[in-house]
Design a protein around this ligand. Structure first.
Ligand SMILES: CC(C)(COP(=O)(O)OP(=O)(O)OC[C@H]1O[C@@H](n2cnc3c(N)ncnc32)[C@H](O)[C@@H]1OP(=O)(O)O)[C@@H](O)C(=O)NCCC(=O)NCCS
Length: 167
């Protein structure tokens, strides 16, 4: 009888932005996410690629998790710590969550979210936040299955809307 093809084990690590392999993984994964129709629909501009790691490293609250499978970087969660004035506690905002296209549907996204939640609990955060496009059904299913819901602060006020003003 043939042996079934073994899938290399997947590991999630907190990124060390001084490590060259992690730096490369961050740039490649964010570039692939940017090119995805659910990202920005086009890859990163060359100047953004060049500045990304330095900018993330200099930002005071950067927290990144990487998923590796058999040495290949296959998923990323880029987060930043914020602060809730109503709870006087920190919070973690998940700014990017992405898994490479050929590895989706294998629980990598879920495991990245779980790693972020574990870290946030460890940091005594009161919540995780994120934004998601209305038409991103796959991501919304993942988030809802993981316990996220549209933010609502008081009953009857409706859900929160995410606004942005380009500068
Ligand atoms: C969204 C994304 C990160 C999910 O990662 P993933 O590793 O494929 O997700 P998982 O395998 O952990 O799936 C977890 C849940 O997502 C949902 N899901 C997974 N594949 C799905 C599919 N093909 N269709 C609909 N829902 C799906 C399911 O609820 C699934 O739970 P289940 O396996 O118990 O049914 C990934 O699809 C991705 O990178 N998409 C492009 C970038 C993006 O949209 N990022 C989010 C921006 S807000």
């Amino acid at each position: 009888m043939e042996n079934p093809v073994e899938m290399p084990t997947m590991e999630i690590v907190e990124a060390d932005l001084d490590c060259v392999a992690h730096q490369r993984a961050v740039v490649e994964l964010i570039d692939a996410y940017a090119a995805d129709p659910m990202g920005n629909g086009r890859p990163l501009a060359p100047q953004v690629r060049d500045n990304l790691v330095d900018g993330l490293r200099r930002h005071p609250t950067t927290l990144i998790f990487l998923a590796f499978q058999g040495g290949r970087a296959v998923g990323i969660a880029v987060c930043f710590l914020g602060f809730s004035t109503f709870h006087a506690k920190p919070l973690v905002n998940i700014h990017d969550l992405a898994v490479v296209a050929d590895c989706r549907g294998r629980q990598i996204g879920r495991r990245l979210l779980d790693a972020v939640a574990d870290k946030a609990r460890h940091l005594h955060c009161c919540k995780l936040t994120l934004e998601v496009q209305e038409n991103n059904r796959r991501a919304r299913r993942l988030y809802e299955a993981a316990g996220f819901a549209q933010a609502q602060y008081q009953e009857g006020t409706g859900g929160s809307l995410f606004y942005a003003k380009p500068l």
